[in-house]
Structures are given as C-alpha cells and as structure tokens.
Design a binder for this molecule. Structure first.
Ligand code: FAD
Length: 381
C-alpha cells in the first residue's frame, strides 16, 4: 500500500489552500446573507484553472486525474470559507465538464470544453425532478424524435448553477426502462424552450445559486446527444462515481480547518477554571473530530484510487460519500459545541459552516440512497 501523495500533488493542494484562503474567504458572510454568487470570484477561480480541473490540457484545462483533482479540491475546501462557490465549481467540473471529457464527440469537446475550462461558460446538470427526486433513474422528462432532432419536455428541480449557467446537461427519457431508457443531452442555456425559474432560496450554500429548469418543446439537433441514445443511465452512474468524490473532497478540507480552529480555541480559552482543552470532555470531542477527519480521508482517497483503476467504483464512492458527509456534519456540530455561545453567533462563521454542511447528506444522492447502493451491491435490495 502506498499512502503518500507525490510532490506535485502536495504542491497543488497547498497552492489551492492558499488561493482559497486568500481569495475565497473575505466577504463570505455578506455574500452568504445576500445569497450572492460572485462572478468576480468565479473569474479568479478561472484564472487559477479550477473550472478546468479535469479538462485535458490540450483543451485548455489542468488535465488532472481523479486523485489529483481530489487533492486540489480538498486543499481548496480547507482554505476557502466560501463553501457555496466551491460547491458550484465542483458541480460544474464534475457533473458537466467531466462527462463531456469522458463521452463527448470531438466537435462537442471542441465546442464546449475550452469555454468550460476557462470559466467563460458555466455548467449545470439537471437530473432531479419534482415527481421522482431520489428515484433519479425514474425521471420522466421526455425526449422525443422530431425529424432529425429531438423535442424535450419536462421539468428539473434543485439544479445548482442554473441561474448562471450557459450549458445544461439534461438527462431525459427516450424509452421505457431505467438505465437504457435515458439519454443525456447538451442544452445551451439560450435554446428556445428552455427556461430557468426564480433562484431557490436555501438554508446553506447560499453563494451557490440554484433553480428549477423547464423544458417546453425544447428542440435540439442530433448533435446534442452526449454519448449515444440510451447511454444516459450509464453516463449518470459513471459520472456520479467521480462526482461524489469531487464534491466531498472540499468537505474533508473544511473538517481539517475546523479541527485546527477548535484545537486553537480550546488551548486559548480559559473560563477561570482551566483552558477548555483541560476539560477532558472537550479534548475528547476534538479527538473525535480528528478521528472523523482521518476516516473520511482514507475512504475518500481509497475511492478516488478505485475510480482511477476500476471500471466502476460505485461501492467505494457511495461509502465514501456517506461517511464523509455524515462526519462533516458531526464535525460542524462539535465545532459549535466547542465554541459554545460564540459558535452560535454569525461573527464566528460556524453557524454558516453547519448550514452549508447540512446539504451534504442530501445532494449527489442522499445518505439513504448511498446505503441503498451499498446494500444493492451486496444483493440485499
Ligand atoms: C444543495 C443541493 C444541491 C443540489 N444540486 C443538484 C443539481 O445540481 N442537479 C440535480 O439534478 N439535483 C440537485 N440536487 C437535488 C438532490 O440530488 C436531491 O435533493 C436528492 O436526490 C433527494 O431528492 P429529493 O430532494 O426529491 O428527496 P426525496 O427523494 O423526496 O427524499 C426524501 C427522503 O426520503 C428518502 N428516500 C427517498 N427514496 C428512498 C428510497 N428509495 N430508500 C430510502 N430512502 C429514500 C431520502 O433519502 C430522503 O431522506 C441538489 C440538492 C441540494 C440540497
């Protein structure tokens, strides 16, 4: 077994952490309150290469493999307190750019990847629907043949980046049947028939905009099909294996940031009867945070390793997503407890961290769905 990162990966993670702390932290409290996505900061991220994390260098990206992309996103998460912007970046890179890298034709790649990598175009993926939710492969948005193209009708909800997106990856039904009945389509935001609803106001990740997307006789050319007709379910499953890791890597970074903050605070604060650190209840709570962090790292790295070497890494990726998201929420809860009343104030930023963290057991498949995946792979369901 090999547990070390190479020097390049370490340097990239450290650079991302430094960039995140320097650029994506100041002003987050106000942006969170205003639910503001910052185009200016998106441009800074683009100058750093982040939207093109997984896009090949020949098409303007950084060309990172999954392990290296995980290292970068972990570093970014540790440095950047704007968890919403980091989530928007991860969704763009993993749920839109990634599948075009893996399944796009040469013309599709030429058309979209340089713009997605440079940040000039922002991507959003529409899977979830009001009527099917967690039953993602049961989605009912229809794509029907229309001459030499397609007509899409349906509605998507909770689409991250929708209000700012230039390109949507829309999963639609082209035939009955779960896996083979779905097809993925590349839909530019200005396509007639596609409209975006009002931004959905939410509890956390407020700097990452989200909306419903409506498809009303939205006509697409044959060239809009990503992969082949009927390969949408496979593309979705393969994409999710990596997406879970790229969106959870920043969470591991945040857990490390919170561990360091709690350690410093426990050493420093003395309530007249010793430091907080001298109370075993607090010291143990912080030890549990470190345990959660280390367990999360191992599962995350193991899943990224599997995703690079195996044809599917659903089991590893689902277990990592489940463990990291729940450990992340626990860490935020503990941090708030360690900081006491200060943790509950807006000034300390921990209530925002908790609000942001509470989304992680929900998106990219809920914790229950990750357990279903794991149980299903053991023949239990
Ligand atoms: C911050 C955020 C960002 C998101 N971004 C996107 C995005 O970019 N694109 C996109 O398409 N979607 C996105 N989603 C949607 C997300 O994937 C869904 O919220 C999630 O899949 C759950 O669907 P639902 O909300 O309809 O809940 P429901 O499916 O109604 O589930 C409600 C509860 O029942 C449980 N449940 C449902 N079915 C089962 C089952 N079969 N077995 C056991 N338990 C079950 C769920 O786990 C959950 O606890 C986002 C969500 C959030 C919160």
């Amino acid at each position: 077994m090999e547990f070390s990162w190479n020097e390049d990966q370490q340097a990239l993670r450290a650079a991302a952490r430094e960039f995140g702390a320097r650029m994506l932290t100041e002003g987050v409290e106000a942006r969170d309150r205003a639910a503001e996505f910052s185009h200016e900061l998106w441009s800074e991220c683009a100058a750093f290469g982040l939207p093109g994390l997984v896009v090949p260098e020949s098409l303007g990206g950084l060309g990172h493999d999954v392990m290296t992309a995980v290292a970068v996103m972990e570093g970014l998460g540790e440095g950047a307190e704007d968890n919403g912007l980091v989530f928007s970046l991860a969704a763009h890179a993993a749920s839109v750019a990634g599948p075009i890298v893996d399944y796009g034709t040469a013309p599709q790649q030429q058309q979209w990847l340089p713009r997605l990598a440079s940040g000039a175009a922002i991507g959003a993926a529409g899977v979830t629907e009001p009527g099917t939710g967690s039953n993602a492969l049961g989605l009912t948005t229809r794509a029907e043949r229309d001459g030499d193209g397609w007509l899409l009708n349906g509605a998507k909800t909770f689409v991250s980046n929708a209000p700012i997106a230039d390109l949507f990856l829309i999963y639609a039904r082209t035939a009955p049947g779960k896996l083979a009945g779905l097809t993925a389509f590349l839909v530019p935001a200005d396509t007639p028939g596609l409209s975006v609803g009002k931004p959905i106001s939410k509890m956390g990740l407020r700097t990452s905009p989200m909306a419903e997307v409506f498809l009303d006789a939205c006509r697409l050319e044959e060239g809009a099909v990503l992969g082949s007709v009927g390969s949408g379910g496979m593309i979705f499953n393969q994409t999710m294996d990596v997406e879970r890791l790229l969106v959870m890597a920043p969470a591991v970074g945040v857990m490390r940031r919170l561990l360091e903050r709690c350690t410093a605070h426990a050493r420093e604060r003395n309530t007249g009867n010793g430091t907080l650190a001298s109370h075993q209840a607090i010291a143990h709570a912080i030890a549990n945070m470190e345990l959660d962090l280390e367990q999360s790292r191992l599962l995350l790295y193991r899943a990224a390793w599997a995703a690079m070497r195996q044809s599917t890494a659903t089991r590893e990726s689902a277990l990592a997503k489940l463990a990291v998201s729940e450990a992340y929420v626990r860490s935020c809860r503990t941090a708030m407890q360690v900081f006491g009343g200060y943790g509950y104030t807006v000034e300390y930023g921990l209530e925002r961290e908790l609000r942001d963290a509470l989304a992680t057991p929900l998106y990219v498949g809920t914790s229950e769905i990750q357990r279903n995946l794991s149980a299903g792979l053991r023949g239990l369901k």
